[in-house]
Write a new protein. Structure first.
Length: 321
C-alpha cells in the first residue's frame, strides 16, 4: 500500500522542520516546500536522500505544481517573528494572502485536507484574557505589526471560505509562543534573544517594563497538538499553546538562573502595538482533541539552552543579535 503524502510549506523553518520529522516518523511521504527566505536548509538536511522526503525550493506566492497524489497540506510558509515581518512587510502580506490562495488551490485540486498555521497574533493586543477562539481580537490594521496580524486574519477568512464554498476539509491552528531546538538564535523574539545574551554574559534586553506576559509552549507539545488537529474533524480555529502565563521579567530571570549567567537585565522602549498580555484558553483543544501540554517550561528551557549552547560553540564568531 502506497504511503500517504503530505505537503508542508515553510518546511525548512522552525516548526515546519519538526513537522517534517513528525510525519516521516508516522510513516508518511513528506514534500517540503520553502523559498528559504527565513527558513534554513540545515533544519532538514538530515532528511536529504531519503526516499520518503522531497525538498522543493519554491515561493508559494507563485503557482505550485506537485505531481501525483497529495493527501494533506500544512501551510506554514510565512515570516513569523517581528524582526522578520517588520523587515519583510510586503513578503509577509503576500504569503498570507497570495500564498494561502495558491496553497488552498493545490488542496482543492488534490482534494487534500488543508491545515493553516495561524497565530495568537490574530487576537492583537487583547481586551479579553485569556484568549478563547470565539474572541475576534483587537488589532491595529495599519500599525507596523498589522502586516503579520492581518495576513493571518485574511488567511483564516480565505480558509473558511474554501471550506464553506468548495466543501474543502480545512483545519486552523492558532499557535501561541513556541520554543525549542532549531529556533533561529537571532530571530528577535524574547526567548532566543535572552538565551543568546545569557550564554554570552551580555545584558538581557527587556522591552518596556517587563510586566507584559507571554505563555511559552515547548515545540514537542506544539507539534503533537497540530498532529491531533489535522486528524480531527474540527474545521474552525483551535488554540494550541501552554496556558502557563509569565511576565517577560520572570522569563529573563529564569534564563539567567538556568544558564548560570552573570548577565543583568536592562530595559528598552516597548515596540508599537506590542501585546500586553498573551495566554491561550485551551479548553477547546482539551475537549475536542484530548490535547494539553506535557513539558514544563523548565524542562523545555533546559533542552533549548543546551541546543543554543552547542550552536554557539560551533559558530562562536557569528553575531546572532
Amino acid at each position: 500500500m502506497a504511503k500517504e503524502r503530505i505537503v508542508i510549506t515553510g518546511g525548512a523553518g522552525f516548526l515546519g522542520s519538526h513537522l517534517c520529522d513528525k510525519f516521516i516518523n508516522e510513516g508518511m511521504e513528506v514534500i517540503c516546500i520553502d523559498n528559504l527566505l527565513t527558513g534554513n536548509s540545515a533544519n532538514i538536511e538530515h532528511l536529504f536522500g531519503r526516499d520518503d522526503f522531497m525538498f522543493l525550493q519554491h515561493d508559494v506566492t507563485n503557482y505550485i505544481h506537485v505531481p501525483g497524489r497529495v493527501d494533506y497540506i500544512l501551510h506554514f510558509a510565512s515570516p513569523a517573528s517581528p524582526i522578520d515581518y517588520l523587515k519583510l512587510p510586503i513578503q509577509t502580506l503576500k504569503v498570507g494572502s497570495l500564498g494561502t490562495h495558491k496553497v488552498l488551490g493545490l488542496a482543492k485540486e488534490k482534494n487534500a485536507v488543508f491545515l493553516l498555521a495561524s497565530t495568537s497574533e490574530v487576537y492583537g493586543d487583547p481586551e479579553i484574557h485569556p484568549q478563547a477562539e470565539d474572541y475576534w481580537g483587537s488589532v491595529n490594521p495599519i500599525g507596523p505589526r498589522g502586516v503579520y496580524d492581518e495576513a493571518k486574519r485574511f488567511a483564516e477568512a480565505l480558509t473558511m471560505a474554501y471550506h464553506r464554498y468548495h466543501g474543502l476539509e480545512t483545519r486552523i491552528v492558532r499557535i501561541f509562543n513556541t520554543f525549542g531546538p532549531r529556533m533561529r538564535l537571532g530571530d528577535g523574539r524574547a526567548l532566543p534573544t535572552f538565551i543568546v545574551q545569557a550564554l554570552q554574559n551580555e545584558n538581557l534586553t527587556v522591552f518596556g517594563d517587563g510586566t507584559q506576559t507571554r505563555s511559552f509552549c515547548f515545540v514537542e507539545d506544539q507539534i503533537e497538538g497540530i498532529f491531533k488537529l489535522l486528524f480531527s474533524a474540527e474545521n474552525e480555529p483551535v488554540n494550541i499553546g501552554n496556558p502557563e502565563e509569565i511576565s517577560i521579567n520572570t522569563l529573563a530571570r529564569e534564563i539567567i538562573e538556568l544558564t548560570g549567567s552573570k548577565s543583568r537585565i536592562v530595559h528598552k522602549e516597548l515596540p508599537v502595538d506590542d501585546p500586553k498580555v498573551r495566554q491561550p484558553d485551551i479548553t477547546k483543544a482539551k475537549t475536542v482533541l484530548g490535547w494539553e501540554p506535557k513539558f514544563s517550561r523548565e524542562k523545555g528551557l533546559r533542552i533549548t539552552i543546551d541546543y543554543f549552547r552547542k550552536v554557539l560553540q560551533k559558530h562562536p564568531t557569528v553575531n546572532y543579535l
